[in-house]
Every structure is written in structure tokens, then in C-alpha cells.
Design a protein around this ligand. Structure first.
Ligand SMILES: [Mg+2]
Ligand SMILES: [Zn+2]
Length: 271
């Protein structure tokens, strides 16, 4: 199972809400946030909102307390712990920010399960205010530094997945879990033999199911934490058994039917 790389989106995939909205809503800044959404990129707006909360006297500790209360399904925690115990290489690719993600993962004791967290950089400045910056700097010159038209200007998750693919070498199986529009670009980068796990009825699922032929990975939908855990662990075991079969150099003599029997819920969409 060391051959399996599991890439998680964070918001609405690991936690069950969007961490940005969760913080804004719980600290009473929803009205201003919604008024400003049409005026600037989301990532820049989050930095501005952190300044605003600081002006209103909200501390970094207030933000941390709110983050620690964000809903995280126990099945998701156990899926992450099991995948880690099985030797998988776990990574996060998220458009939230480092402070939010690390605060939550540390609180639940699962930060160490992850090899890396790819997200927007953030830090607490000398005044105690959280600053949030874009992953790809789009603020000097061009409007879009990464050149991908599918993704928001501050982050192309597809580019990040390509970088991970190149860094781990060719033989690893990837499993990608996500819910949002931003998870569509990376799902197009997955290869045959990989698995895409879109959250059912969420934007990435709508995009994928609208044209299944564009996706090379096998698609397995999930709706809640219980399903996410069950399907992810099945796929990890399946990927491990196929790679050990490959390692035996006996691949062509192995009846493939047993793999299909193990997971009957691969998503098939008529086109
Ligand atoms: Mg998400
Ligand atoms: Zn992209």
C-alpha cells in the first residue's frame, strides 16, 4: 500500500463545512463578507476579512476556538488514520489556508498522518492578525499566474497534482477525494488505474458526470463520512492487491473479475 497516494481536498471533504464560511459566520461577519464577494478574488477577501475581524477585537485564539468546533465526521478521522496505518502517502490540496487546516488537524490528532499540505500560505503577524496569501501569486502583473482557465487565480489544484505525480514516480496509484469546482481540474490529471472520489451531488460530481469520457480514473462517488471511509479503504486494498500482483510479474494470468466483485459501485453514467 506504500504505492498508494491519497489526495484529500479539505473543505466539505475532510471537514463537513467550508472553513472560510465557518469562521466568518461564527464570528458574525457574514453580511460584510457577502457584500464584498463580488468585488475581489475570494483569497484576497479572506485576508481582508481577517483584518476586519482583528479591528473588531477578535483574536487569533477566537478564530482557533471556532475552527476546533468545525464538524469532522468520526468516520473521516478513522479513514485517515487507517489509510496512514496501511502505509499510504496522504496529502492535502486545499484552497483554505495553512492556519485553518493545521489548527483543525492538530486538534483531532491527525496532522502527522499527512506528508504535505498544499494550500494558501498564512501567518500570524506581529499585531496578532492572521494574514492569508495566494498559493500562486497572481497579484503582480498577469491576472492568472498559473495559466489554467478552469481554476481560480490563486490556485490550480491540477498543477499541484501534476507536481505530486512527478515527485513520487510513475508506479503509484492515486486516489483523489473532493467536492468542489476546484477539484475538477486535478481529476482530469488522474491517469488510468487511479481513482476519483467525488462527493455526490456536489459541484465536482456534477462536472464529472456531465462527461465521464474526459476522466481516465475510475470514479467512485460518496455522500457522507461513513461512505467515504468504506469506499476509500476498499480502493486502497484493491490498489494494494493489484500492485502486489504486478510485482509478482504474473499480471496477465490473474483473473480480473475478482476486483470487479470487490467494488460493485463504480459510477457508470449513460451518455
Ligand atoms: Mg472542498
Ligand atoms: Zn487548473
Amino acid at each position: 500500500m506504500a504505492g498508494t497516494v491519497v489526495v484529500f481536498d479539505f473543505d466539505k471533504t475532510i471537514i463537513d463545512v467550508d472553513s472560510d464560511n465557518w469562521v466568518i459566520d461564527n464570528l458574525g461577519a457574514t453580511d460584510l463578507f457577502e457584500r464584498l464577494i463580488p468585488t475581489m478574488p475570494w483569497n484576497s477577501l479572506m485576508d481582508l476579512m481577517m483584518k476586519q475581524l482583528h479591528l473588531e477585537g477578535k483574536t487569533i485564539e477566537d478564530i482557533a476556538q471556532v475552527l476546533k468546533r468545525s464538524p469532522l465526521d468520526p468516520h473521516v478521522i478513522s479513514a485517515i488514520k487507517s489509510a496512514y496505518a496501511l502505509g499510504c502517502d496522504l496529502r492535502i490540496v486545499s484552497d483554505a489556508n495553512h492556519f485553518f487546516i493545521e489548527t483543525i488537524l492538530k486538534h483531532h490528532g491527525i496532522l502527522e498522518c499527512f506528508t504535505e499540505i498544499n494550500t494558501n500560505p498564512s501567518y500570524v503577524d506581529e499585531e496578532g492578525k492572521l494574514r492569508i496569501f495566494p498559493y500562486h501569486d497572481f497579484t503582480n502583473g498577469t491576472t492568472c499566474s498559473h495559466g489554467c482557465s478552469l481554476c481560480p487565480p490563486n490556485m490550480c489544484k491540477g498543477k499541484i497534482v501534476e507536481r505530486i505525480q512527478a515527485s513520487v514516480g510513475g508506479k503509484k496509484t492515486f486516489v483523489y477525494l473532493g467536492d468542489g469546482k476546484g477539484d475538477y481540474c486535478p481529476s482530469l490529471k488522474l491517469r488510468e488505474g487511479d481513482y476519483m472520489m467525488p462527493r455526490k451531488n456536489y459541484p465536482v460530481w456534477e462536472l464529472i458526470t456531465s462527461n465521464m469520457e474526459l476522466i481516465k480514473a475510475e470514479v467512485h462517488e460518496w455522500s457522507d463520512g461513513e461512505e467515504q471511509e468504506r469506499i476509500l479503504l476498499q480502493l486502497i486494498h484493491r490498489s494494494a492487491s493489484s500492485s502486489s500482483l504486478l510485482a509478482d510479474c504474473n499480471f496477465h494470468t490473474v483473473p480480473m473479475v475478482s476486483h470487479e466483485a470487490l467494488i460493485p459501485m463504480a459510477l457508470r453514467v449513460p451518455h
